[in-house]
Design a binder for this molecule. Structure first.
Ligand code: NDP
Length: 287
């Protein structure tokens, strides 16, 4: 058996075209959604991510502002910049590219973002809303994974979902979204004693660790939906995930490739959140 591919590139393209249509409607009513991206320092990977995010905005007709700040930017200067963007009505979403240089407290930076513009969904107000099941932003990567499942026709209701990884950015919110979709959820981490015993129970398996080939075919239940969030490089520098794709695709029912799975969906969901922020801003000014 060969798994069906969950094609993130195709789904992201479809989402971008839906977003572009909504951006046009908003523009016609006088609001152009705008995303401000702040990059502190010159981390090469961050520079690539930021470039993609800016290009994505432009591809759907949004305005994007890229703020490149030197690596030695003092924290108060960064916080002042964020406050200025919080107050700028033309900016609907603000994203501070992580990681930040070591002298900057990322928690303080996130706490300074206006929750209404926190399109990454990192601010505790937004994380709390997500936990409480209240309306608000959904974090981009887990939201993208949920949309991949939905597009594949995999309904989490009643299924056992196993999430490997418990970071604030991926693992924990992923588990929460699966729980909200009525899956029974298990979260695994570095202190889980027998990972395979857990993953073999998964109807839906999400790998978000950052360790190449850690999910092997013998760890996967036949027919499972396998979502590979991991982004690693092999010896040749090629991008690969946490899942041994070649072997696992022979066991799984559905699988995401790396590249071309979760990555493009993360970027597409950032546009969805920026649009949502702009729509909320437009509604607030007309009521
Ligand atoms: P973190 O390093 O913050 O978290 C990794 C998690 O994996 C931790 O919870 C850790 O457990 C767990 N872990 C480590 N070793 C093991 C193990 N042997 N068995 C089980 N669990 C283990 O990473 P992120 O969540 O930020 O990212 C995970 C991966 O996803 C990375 O490769 C990252 O690059 C990628 N990523 C991809 C995105 C995309 O758009 N495709 C977006 C964001 C991330 P513990 O908590 O106990 O330390």
């Amino acid at each position: 058996m060969t798994a069906q591919l969950m094609d993130g590139n195709a789904l992201a393209a479809q989402i971008r075209s839906e977003v572009a249509a909504r951006v046009l409607t908003l523009k016609n009513s006088g609001v152009q959604p705008g995303l401000a991206v702040i990059l502190v320092g010159d981390d090469p990977a961050s520079q690539v991510y930021v470039k993609h995010k800016v290009a994505d905005c432009e591809s759907v007709g949004m305005r994007s502002v890229l703020d490149r700040l030197p690596a030695d930017t003092p924290q108060p200067a960064l916080l002042a910049r964020i406050r200025a963007l919080n107050a700028d009505p033309a900016v609907h979403g603000i994203l501070v590219q992580l990681p930040l240089p070591p002298h900057i407290d990322a928690n303080q930076v996130i706490a300074t973002l206006s929750p209404a513009k926190d399109v990454d969904c990192f601010h505790v107000a937004n994380v709390g809303a997500l936990m409480a099941g209240l309306p608000g932003f959904k974090p981009c990567t887990p939201h993208g994974c949920m949309r991949l499942l939905q597009a594949a026709g995999v309904d989490p209701r009643g299924k056992h979902a196993v999430v490997v990884g418990r970071s604030n950015i991926v693992g924990k919110p992923m588990a929460m979204l699966l729980l909200q979709a009525n899956a029974t959820v298990t979260i695994c981490h570095s202190a889980t004693p027998d990972l395979g015993a857990m993953t073999r129970q998964a109807d839906i398996l999400v790998a978000a660790v950052g360790r190449r080939n850690m999910i092997t075919a013998d760890m996967v239940k036949p027919g499972a939906a396998v979502i590979d969030v991991g982004m690693n490089r092999n010896e040749a520098g090629k991008l690969c995930g946490d899942v041994d794709f070649a072997a696992v695709k022979e066991v799984a029912g559905w699988i995401t490739p790396v590249p071309g799975g979760v990555g493009p969906m993360t970027r597409a969901m950032l546009l969805v959140n920026t649009l949502q922020a702009a729509q909320a801003g437009a509604a607030a000014t007309t009521t």
